[in-house]
Design a protein around this ligand. Structure first.
Ligand SMILES: [Zn+2]
Length: 682
């Protein structure tokens, strides 16, 4: 129920990871962001030397990170723009609702905005939870508590969720997997450098303060914080790292429930399955069997009191953003300020818009779509998707490293991709969620419980391919390998990504590349391992797979050479293997959207606008999508956790592999933006 964590995100590949903490506007108000901004360009820089700083140089200089943000880019500006629209909608429905759904959405927002009531409640919302945990007398009851927490959207110890069967994607099954840590990645607990040690020290202080706020004496709280760090370090040590997890083979362990139960008897999984709210099932996938084997030992060796302390912490931590100011402030001081370098917390209204979008996002999204997105928007996007799919088909046809046998399979997969544009066909029914105008923490918990229930009811049923993983106002897009679908929420289908007033070159450099990026995900190092139906199944000849891996390695090595952050705490390079799928998608997207644009403009007169021809405008539009400023702390965190490269390398990393870019700007061999051995997968 921690409101900024999506518990049930499917395995999917988005176009970027949204900042975990954020945001208000420096300027305020609702205004359009230009799709092409000639004033952003820094003409003192040679585009063939550093294209990103050419396209974005002036933007970077004039768009400092607002105090309540850790990253500020042009798509953050668009998300901000959408938040203003949502606030306007929410203020309307909280005072003048026109339907039962509007009453509910309005009350959710109003309860969050009612700080007086939230302050008065103080730590009261967590007291019943603390009592439940205090009453635990044995390990069996501990597991029952974990089941209770999972049922109510509170994360602890491990993860349980539903997802399509890796070998029969038409059927959705149960999954259990590693989990239970609080810091953003297992590496935070394991690495031994000075910065990691400092982070653990700060984390421990933070946990102590939170226990004190919950009512514990300082010396007890200090001991509890030590215990929490020790328990979580134990979980982290037996967790697979993010890069290993990118390979589906490492997560593919289908077994009978009885096998899972005997794999880790101390987990009392039979008891857990009976109580976590899931329907009865007999097979499941265990994402990381070793995690369960090892933690099985830890469950035995650590005292019950330690596990109870850990569960108390997980509960306090998940509730914190919904409690009174001291909790919110301490939560922000660690997660926002220390981990992300954000100076101030975002204004209350923005946190409440965000919370409503998470809790009742498909209802709020419906109101958003009614106001901003019509059938015309859907039609325009479909047209571009078709043009880019055609280009991808041609691209595959031209590949000299792939045999015809594999190509036929690739066409089949490409032709099967389902395109979801704007919003889902069916709106979610929230009528069973109780929302009270004076109980923010309770509302968040009930909405989370509803979502857990909704997700778990999918187990052992035909896969619901129409269910969306993002709400319509979200500025993002995604591809889901088990669904083989691409999804574009209405929130991203507007300037600077798309504008009906802009020339094709700019729109193809914006949303066109995003479409190409998502399509390419079906064929990146991870997506290529799934077939047209979404099954984890090899459809490559061994030679073609080898040729793919060689090309992918070129891309991985290229991005591993880029610096993510260099400050007084040292230099961190990008992890080219962690970011391989996204970088492959960027390179592929940039290539195929360009091919689509070329076939559209080939019979028209070349128009020069703002001093640039269409080819140049295409690359500039792409470059400008990624203009951004980011704090060192946020950059450091992302280098460890984010599968996407930072804006600078999304632009410069991709254009230096592009022959079309070289031509458009007349770059010469030997210049930095012309890579000697260009990496080309798609
Ligand atoms: Zn992506």
């Amino acid at each position: 129920m921690r409101i900024r964590v999506t518990l049930f995100s499917m395995l999917f590949c988005a176009v970027f990871c949204n900042a975990q903490t954020s945001s208000s506007s420096p300027s305020g108000g609702i205004k359009e962001i230009p799709g092409f901004d000639v004033t952003a360009i820094d003409k003192s820089i040679d585009p063939c030397v550093d294209f990103y700083h050419y396209a974005c140089g002036n933007w970077i200089k004039t768009n400092a990170i607002p105090a309540d943000k850790s990253r500020w880019g042009r798509f953050d500006q668009l998300q901000e723009h959408n938040f203003y629209v949502l606030r306007d909608i929410l203020e309307n429905v909280q005072s003048k609702p026109k339907s039962a759904m509007e009453v509910k959405v309005g009350n959710y927002y109003a309860a969050c905005m009612n700080e007086a009531v939230v302050e008065k409640a103080g730590a009261a919302p967590i007291q019943p939870e603390m009592k439940r945990i205090a009453a635990i007398g044995n390990k069996q009851q501990l597991i029952e508590q974990v089941a209770y927490m999972h049922r109510n959207g509170l994360s602890a110890l491990f993860a349980f969720y539903s997802q399509p069967d890796m070998h029969d994607a038409n059927q959705t099954i149960a999954y259990i997997d590693q989990g239970g840590i609080t810091l953003p990645d297992r590496d935070y607990y394991i690495k031994d450098d000075a910065k990691s040690k400092e982070t653990r020290e700060k984390y421990q202080q933070h946990v102590q303060k939170m226990f004190e706020l919950a009512g514990d004496a300082p010396d007890i709280a200090a001991q509890e914080a030590k215990t929490v760090l020790a328990v979580e370090t134990g979980l982290a040590q037996v967790s697979m790292d993010r890069t290993e997890r990118r390979d589906p083979k490492n997560r593919d362990h289908l077994m009978k429930t009885s096998e899972a139960e005997s794999l880790a008897p101390n987990f009392e999984l039979a008891e857990y399955f009976a109580q976590n709210g899931a329907p009865k099932f007999t097979t499941l996938n265990v994402g990381n069997p070793d995690f369960f084997k090892q933690v099985n030992e830890q469950l035995n060796s650590a005292p019950l009191a330690d596990w109870k302390t850990y569960l108390r912490w997980r509960t306090i931590n998940d509730y914190a953003p919904t409690l009174s100011k001291p909790f919110v402030d301490e939560d922000f001081a660690f997660n926002g300020q220390y981990l992300s370098g954000q100076k101030e917390i975002e204004p209350r209204w923005e946190r409440c818009v965000r919370a409503t979008n998470i809790g009742l996002g498909m209802a709020l999204g419906q109101l958003y779509v009614d106001r901003t997105f019509g059938p015309a928007g859907k039609e325009r996007t479909m047209k571009m998707v078709k043009a880019i799919e055609t280009a991808m088909h041609q691209d595959i046809q031209q590949l000299d490293w792939m045999s015809d046998t594999t190509k036929q399979q690739a066409y089949k997969k490409l032709n099967t991709i389902v395109n979801n544009i704007g919003y889902p066909d069916q709106w979610r029914d929230y009528s069973s969620v109780e929302v009270k105008r004076d109980d923010y923490a309770g509302n968040v918990r009930r909405a989370a419980t509803f979502e857990v229930h909704r997700q778990l009811q999918k187990i052992d049923k035909p896969t619901d391919r129409k269910d969306w993983s993002m709400t319509p106002p979200t500025v993002n897009a995604y591809y889901r390998p088990p669904m083989n679908d691409i999804n574009f929420p209405a929130g991203i289908l507007q300037p600077p990504f798309y504008s009906k007033d802009m020339d094709d070159a700019v729109n193809y450099g914006g949303i066109g590349v995003v479409i190409g990026h998502e399509l390419t995900h079906g064929f990146d190092d991870q997506g290529r391992k799934y077939d047209a139906e979404g099954n984890f199944k090899d459809w490559w000849t061994p030679q073609d797979a080898k040729a793919f891996e060689e090309r992918a390695t070129c891309t991985a090595d290229e991005y591993s050479s880029f610096t993510a952050v260099k400050d007084d705490k040292g230099e961190v390079k990008l992890n080219g293997r962690l970011t391989l799928g996204e970088n492959t998608a960027d390179n592929g997207g940039l290539k195929i959207a360009y091919m689509a644009l070329t076939s559209i403009i080939k019979n028209t007169d070349v128009k020069v606008i703002d001093g640039y021809n269409p080819q140049q405008r295409y690359f500039l539009a792409y470059g400008q999508i990624w203009c951004q400023n980011v704090t060192d702390q946020e950059a450091r965190k992302r280098a460890l956790t984010d599968p996407h490269s930072p804006g600078e390398w999304r632009v410069n990393g991709a254009v230096q592999n592009s022959a079309a870019f070289e031509q458009a700007f007349g770059c010469k061999a030997g210049q930095p933006m012309v890579r000697e051995n260009a990496c080309r997968v798609w």
